[in-house]
Write a new protein. Structure first.
Length: 436
């Protein structure tokens, strides 16, 4: 499998294309490469290299730990205090222990975590951390949904840097466990994580209108007064605006044809780097507590987003080709044909919700459906198991998210099945967990 990068509607989309898999000797050669050599690898080989680095760090825990200290870490969460409970317990986990297997227990819920609960935990936790009302992140002023660090975060939380460090740990742990999350960080944040240089063109990922103004200044001679070395910053907590001098006495220095390049450079540095420097360093420190800085540098910003967020598109062809059937079902069974027919009519957002119901994950892994795993990292492909049907009120789809399996009743007609699937899509967090 080979990855081809294309751009659609302003966002990078990765297409999978057939490619002969590397043999054992080639895989070992890739795994043993230095950071400098790995950085030059194609994306599909970087997957092999990065997975080898992660597996090596997992094995370090096994070699240096006794039985009890290598046992899974249990995070106990009350749903009404989801973020608070998770944050408080992560504060007690050492960097070494963070490499251990993680299991989630929800208070007052009899549910065994074999992979489904931790995926749900990552999904809900990411959503709460990135909620603008929480104050750590704000939406960028762009047509593409993405988030940047809130420079006013301290006004929301006196311990905001601890929260950013925690957020970095969550991002790293998701990468570590190969669980895609909806952490849509702005490109210039991703570039700083991968140690790439932030450029003036990255302003378009922060504020498209500001970027257009900068492009106009760069492309046209400055012949009249257009302003001083200042910029405006909006306070998301007080809902006010403040004028910021980009250099000493910047409010007294006019922009001219001779110094406009300096103005553009300082403007970019302020909005993309300096105004969020303290928060970014805490976020980055959290990431590097689990995954070394050198390993992250192998990726570029677009690859990091792909590795972190997974595939933005759900391919029904890939889903069908990597589905196993159990019980009376097979790929030509009438109920199975109805099932895929219904899914083919769903919108992108509806298909995402149904996929999350089935697997507990918000995105397809970068390897596609064949890359689905349980929480111990072992491959665990999607399967559909037959279930007897009695009546419409009692028989519904059951998702074993820990094992990427659903129980699909042998419905008497496509209309009843479609009604059941659409009910799942329209009901928030409608997971029906099974215990195995």
């Amino acid at each position: 499998m080979r990855f081809k990068k294309v751009r659609e509607n302003g966002r990078v989309v990765w297409r999978r294309q057939p490619k002969q898999l590397p043999n054992g000797e080639q895989v070992r050669e890739i795994e043993g490469m230095s950071v400098a050599k790995a950085k030059k690898l194609p994306t599909e080989d970087k997957v092999i290299w990065l997975n080898a680095q992660i597996n090596a760090r997992k094995k370090e825990v096994q070699r240096t730990s006794c039985f009890f200290s290598s046992a899974p870490i249990i995070i106990v969460v009350e749903r009404s205090h989801f973020l608070r409970d998770s944050f408080e317990q992560f504060r007690t986990i050492t960097d070494l222990d963070l490499r251990r297997e993680l299991k989630i227990h929800f208070i007052d819920e009899v549910c065994q975590d074999a992979g489904g609960l931790i995926r749900e935990w990552f999904s809900v936790l990411t959503e709460e951390l990135f909620a603008t009302s929480f104050g750590l992140f704000v939406r960028t002023n762009t047509s593409i949904v993405s988030y940047t660090i809130n420079p006013d975060s301290k006004q929301f939380h006196s311990n905001h840097l601890e929260y950013y460090s925690f957020c970095g740990q969550i991002i790293a742990k998701a990468l570590f466990e190969k669980i895609p999350i909806k952490a849509y960080l702005a490109k210039y944040i991703l570039k700083q994580i991968t140690c790439e240089e932030v450029a003036a063109e990255d302003l378009k990922y922060y504020d498209e209108e500001l970027w257009k103004s900068v492009e106009f200044i760069k492309s046209n001679p400055v012949q009249t007064y257009i302003g001083t070395f200042t910029t405006t910053r909006k306070d998301s907590f007080k809902n006010t605006s403040t004028t910021i001098a980009l250099k000493e006495r910047g409010d007294k220095e006019s922009i001219t044809e001779e110094n406009k390049a300096e103005f553009v450079r300082l403007l970019c540095e302020y909005h993309l780097v300096e105004s969020i420097k303290e928060q970014f360093e805490a976020l980055h420190m959290g990431i590097c507590s689990l995954i070394p800085k050198e390993a992250i540098r192998v990726l570029d910003s677009e690859e990091l987003e792909f590795f972190l967020c997974g595939d933005h598109e759900i391919s029904l062809i890939d889903w069908k080709e990597n589905t196993r059937y159990k019980g009376v079902y097979h790929k030509s069974h009438p109920v199975i044909k109805w099932f895929w027919n219904i899914l083919s009519k769903l919108s992108t957002s509806e298909l995402e919700k149904f996929f999350q119901f089935c697997t507990g994950s918000v995105r397809v892994p970068i390897e596609g459906f064949k890359g689905l795993t349980s929480n111990n990292g072992k491959l665990c492909g999607f399967s559909i198991e037959s279930k007897d049907y009695q009546n419409e009120e009692l028989d519904f789809l059951v998702a074993h998210t820990c094992f990427n399996r659903i129980e699909l009743p042998i419905y008497p007609c496509i209309e009843i099945m479609e009604k059941a699937i659409r009910k799942i899509i329209s009901t928030p967090l409608c997971f029906q967990f099974a215990f195995e």
